[in-house]
Design a protein around this ligand. Structure first.
Ligand code: ZN
Length: 106
């Protein structure tokens, strides 16, 4: 996976505190920390914040191969405890393998 796209080099670091009010306390992080204290979540989980992964399956429109990977945009984000602004902590471009199921044509 090419990790550079026209003037973008990944990972892109985002804000470390709220870009709106400057508060560094995050609601998601607080919930995650509490669940870790209660041993309901592994200590290593969500170390950098909440994470959403978006696989870009359109990439599969290319020539089929038995083992393929699709690009995945990973967005680490959280919500400011003070003003509730949702903001980005990090954006990364990775890839993940997908299983291509071949359809039998007569
Ligand atoms: Zn804020």
């Amino acid at each position: 996976m090419e990790n550079q796209i026209e003037n973008l080099t990944f990972p892109i670091e985002g804000a470390e505190s709220c870009p709106n009010c400057g508060c560094s306390e995050r609601i998601g992080q607080q919930i995650i920390n509490q669940l870790k204290l209660e041993a309901k979540l592994q200590m290593s989980a969500y170390a950098k914040g909440l994470l959403i992964k978006i696989p870009l399956f359109q990439a599969l429109l290319g020539p089929l191969a038995l083992k393929q990977e699709v690009p995945v945009i990973e967005i680490t984000f959280d919500v400011c405890k003070e003003c509730k602004t949702l903001y980005c902590l990090k954006i990364d471009l990775t890839s993940q393998p997908v299983e291509v199921k071949r359809t039998a044509f007569p």
